[in-house]
Design a protein around this ligand. Structure first.
Ligand code: GLN
Length: 486
């Protein structure tokens, strides 16, 4: 039998439908892959083989009775930021050790309803703060292409698990790039949906006005299949958009003739690794040869994106993380009285980066500094949003690198929090403006590490980004390359 861990979702569904393979075969093959490789890669915080095998058997029974749900029998895993009923959910933090949610996040519930098989919970930077998964409260995850390099972050486990063929798809979250950047570092496809497209209910909050859940997979078509299941209004999330979801799989077909794609000059500025620039420009040429019109555009306020993002994200984080006090969720360190217990629990439970952000965020929200920092950052955010509104009146999509470099080495950037922040310079604008962004592989550097490009679209224009990505993957084979796992 062919290696079942290399199939796309589309192939696997077909083979299950024809009876060539079962969901149980598919599940066992992926569990075996986890067994073989996860001790080196460490993408998983928790593997759930019992649940997976039970769901796979149920999927086979259902299919035998004519069930054709869209992800029936497909092995997936979830970033540990997503609440899972009855399964420990740590958000990569020691402070949530032992926390078992009483409910599923809506995105998780929808995957289950669609028949997906859950293989486990994936590693991440603590509370999704970081770009390398080195901030995990447990252990770092390794890049399947080269174990001396980071997988990116904060959804490093979600990207590494798919890249190493341990699951067919995964979910992650993106507050400032945490879906797109690890996908790029690990050479796979992923989508950050527009703010409001996917429910945030049950997604443990970091920056509530930025956070979005989205899919990772082996191809853009597979990303669309997962997206079709998780997208759409949820009465449990007041920020989710009460608008119909397009049929991504149908709308993804079609040609690129007449589409206008802009290359923001500011995103090809100094500091880009030359191989990254070359690969992304070559992708632009490729899209042009497929019929798109490519031209240079400019983002007037690009240089203010980083400071505005970090001020707002830290302010929101300081408020969101206030609830973790050892009383309601997870771990608790007993003190002499209640206040002392709070202090000891938070002192022991949070890692350095979370503490730094809680303090900075509290500072920018405090009386006397609020107007100077938080208020100003919000005003800048409006200007950035307007820049994008103006651009999307001229072009249908923006094309840029996902990150200025390929995956860096462990420790290389970690010791300098400012450098880590600068690594996000190309992704955060999408979160500030609520845009959608598709990340997909477009080449390799000389060291053999993957390079990713991102297609940014106007809010709720995911279908068009998927169409461009799909056309690109039909014409190229970067997404078909696999790391040689040892
Ligand atoms: N690296 C960014 C941060 O630390 C983005 C993280 C994310 O998208 N969750 O804020």
């Amino acid at each position: 039998m062919a290696d079942l861990t290399r199939l796309t979702i589309s192939d696997a569904l077909q083979k299950m439908q024809s009876g060539e393979i079962s969901a149980l075969d598919l599940c066992q093959a992926h569990l075996q892959q986890i067994d073989r490789h996860d001790s080196a890669i460490r993408a998983f915080i928790k593997v759930t083989p019992e649940i997976a095998l039970e769901q796979a058997r149920a999927a086979d029974n259902a299919r035998a009775n004519g069930d054709e749900r869209p992800l029936l029998g497909i092995p997936i895993a979830l970033k540990d930021v997503l609440s899972t009923q009855g399964i420990e959910t740590t958000c990569g933090s020691r402070i949530l050790q032992g926390y078992v949610p009483l409910f599923d996040a809506t995105a998780v519930a929808r995957l289950k309803e669609a028949g997906a098989v859950l293989l486990g919970k994936l590693n991440m930077d603590e509370f999704a703060m970081g770009s390398s998964t080195e901030n995990s409260g447990y252990f770092p995850t390794r890049n399947p292409w080269n174990s001396e390099h980071v997988p990116g972050g904060s959804s490093g486990g979600s990207a590494a698990a798919v890249a190493a063929n341990m699951v067919m798809a995964s979910l992650g979250s993106d507050t400032g790039g945490s879906i797109r950047q690890p996908a790029s570092f690990c050479g796979i496809s992923a989508l950050k949906p527009s703010y409001g497209r996917v429910s945030r209910y049950g997604l443990i909050a970091y920056g509530s006005s930025f956070d979005q859940t989205g899919p990772f997979a082996r191809s853009v078509e597979d990303v669309a299949r997962v997206m079709a299941v998780i997208a759409g209004h949820d009465p449990l999330d007041s920020t989710s958009m009460p608008a119909p979801v397009p049929d991504y799989l149908t709308e993804m077909q079609g040609e690129l003739r007449g589409l206008k794609i802009g290359l923001p000059a500011e995103y090809f500025a100094e500091g880009l690794q030359p191989e990254v620039e070359r690969a992304v420009r070559a992708a632009a040429d490729q899209l042009q040869s497929l019929g798109a019109e490519v031209r240079e555009v400019s983002l007037a306020h690009a240089e203010y994106c980083l400071p505005a993002y970090y001020i707002i994200a830290m302010a929101e984080a300081s408020a969101n993380l206030a609830r973790f006090d050892g009383v309601r969720f997870g771990a608790r360190v007993e003190g002499s009285d209640l206040i002392d217990s709070y202090k000891k629990t938070r002192g022991a439970g949070f890692g350095e980066e979370a503490k730094r952000r809680i303090m900075l965020g509290t500072y920018t929200l405090s009386a006397g500094y609020y107007d100077a920092y938080y208020g100003k950052a919000q005003a800048v955010r409006t200007l950035i949003r307007r820049d994008f509104d103006a651009l999307f009146a001229q072009v249908d999509a923006l094309l840029a690198p996902v990150a200025p470099t390929t995956a860096f080495r462990f420790g290389e950037v970690m010791d300098d929090p400012l450098r880590m922040i600068l690594a996000d310079v190309l992704t955060i604008s999408a979160n500030l403006a609520g845009l959608c962004g598709l990340s997909l592989p477009c080449g390799f550097d000389e060291a053999g590490l993957p390079i990713g490009l991102q297609l940014l679209g106007a809010p709720f224009d995911e279908a068009r980004m998927l169409r461009i990505g799909c056309a690109y993957q039909e014409a190229t084979d970067w997404h078909l390359r696999k790391p040689a796992l040892t």
